[in-house]
Design a binder for this molecule. Structure first.
Ligand SMILES: *Cc1c(COP(=O)(O)O)cnc(C)c1O
Length: 396
């Protein structure tokens, strides 16, 4: 089937929940993809911050094929060696205490909200259940996580929404302070907002949030589903700020494209869950955890985060150069290989033109180009992407 045939069949049989580009990818290698018509693309999106090691990476192929030939799944009624091992790595890397595994970012956040409520209610009374989140945040698509998301467009039509969420302005400490009540149990935020347009928390803001949480006895939850696992040049984005959360959520890059989610908490907070409180049938199975182990170990063993930092700096310099050249580029921002380019132009048209030229990027909010390259991107590939973007921007 070619792109058009797959698109036609998709329109006939698949629910219309995505504004899809009418093409399908069939093969990938490194940071490159080939569509069903045989056209080749350089991928600066990585499956939305998922394929951190690119496509068909040998360590992932080996881990998945070897594990699939042994055991893929047994349920969490028994211990799973690979789950125990990845838990140890995540706990040691994060400085937290215990991990829980699920299958997606929304599920990780859902479990974080449940744990925060359970812990706070047991410790401070039944009325402690409110979670404060922020404007332009994105926490997932389940009813609870969509309610936690500070963008009404994701909530419209799904009312009544689960209650217990309040919103404060991102990077506005006074606004956050004014939203805290006797019912507040936690503050949840993305250290670098992804869907919201690549907005990094200001260091003073995050420091203030931590102090406020300490002062009021609130749990601090970091949603690092998008910015975690090396993308900012540190294993977790919060390590760039030197501020420790009580609960951390991960998904996207954790197994480089195999579905997995994780929620990690300090020992004290994790003890809020006892057997029966939370579960996931598939969560943390042999196959998912073997893949996560292969990905994380590869990142650590090859100092890939140094490469992320180096390439991030290189690309930033190049994009700053484009900003000097094109007056409609408002701002280049982000951290490591999580880059946003805000334009006063039609971002979706730029995206379409880049696709025509064989470069995959993303656009959020209509005017922020979002670039999330793989961690194995080379300088030559970076130059190629910058060249295509330059060519496209020249036509705007
Ligand atoms: C993608 C994302 C989610 C949701 O993850 P899913 O795996 O799609 O459920 C949650 N939080 C953040 C910050 C995300 O970027």
């Amino acid at each position: 089937m070619n792109n058009a045939q797959i698109t036609a069949k998709g329109d006939a049989y698949v629910m219309n929940t995505y504004k899809r580009i009418p093409l399908a990818f069939e093969k990938g290698q490194g940071s490159w993809l080939w569509d069903a018509d045989g056209k080749k693309y350089l991928d600066f999106l990585s499956g939305l911050a998922v394929n951190c090691l690119g496509y068909a990476h040998p360590v992932m192929v080996k881990a998945i094929s070897e594990q699939a030939a042994k055991i893929m799944h047994t349920s969490n009624l028994y211990w799973i060696k690979q789950q125990v091992e990845i838990a140890q790595i995540l706990v040691e890397q994060s400085g937290l205490g215990k991990a829980f595994f699920c299958n997606s970012g929304a599920e990780a956040n859902e479990s974080a909200i449940k744990l925060a409520r359970k812990y706070a209610k047991a410790k401070m009374g039944q009325d402690k259940y409110e979670v404060i989140t922020f404007s332009n945040s994105f926490h997932g698509r389940t009813l609870a996580t969509v309610s936690a998301t500070g963008q009404t467009k994701y909530q419209k039509g799904f009312e009544p929404l689960p209650t217990g969420f309040k919103f404060a302005e991102f990077n506005d400490l006074e606004d956050l302070r004014s939203k805290v009540t006797d019912k507040t149990c936690a503050v949840m935020l993305e250290p670098i907002q992804g869907e919201g347009g690549i907005n990094a928390a200001l260091p003073e803001f995050l420091k203030g949030v931590k102090e406020l949480c300490n002062e009021k006895g609130l749990l601090l939850i970091f949603d690092e589903v998008q910015c975690g696992i090396g993308r900012t040049g540190k294993m977790f984005a919060y390590q760039n700020y030197g501020i420790q959360p009580d609960i951390l959520t991960l998904a996207k890059s954790l197994a480089g494209g195999f579905p997995i989610g994780a929620m990690i908490a300090s020992d004290q907070v994790a003890a809020g869950f006892v057997p029966g409180d939370h579960a996931s049938t598939f969560g943390g199975n042999h196959l998912a955890c073997s893949t996560a182990l292969a990905v994380i170990n590869y990142i650590l063993d090859n100092n890939l985060m140094d490469h992320v930092l180096e390439m991030g700096k290189y690309l930033r310099t190049k994009f700053d150069g484009l900003k000097d050249k094109y007056s409609f580029i408002r701002e280049v921002r982000g951290m490591g290989l999580m880059i946003g380019i805000q334009v006063e132009a039609d971002g979706n048209r730029i995206l379409e033109e880049c696709m025509k030229e064989g470069l995959i990027i993303n656009c959020v909010g209509g005017n922020v180009l979002r670039l999330l390259p793989t961690f194995i991107i080379t300088k030559e590939e970076a130059n190629l992407a910058v060249g295509i973007l330059d060519k496209v921007l020249a036509k705007m």
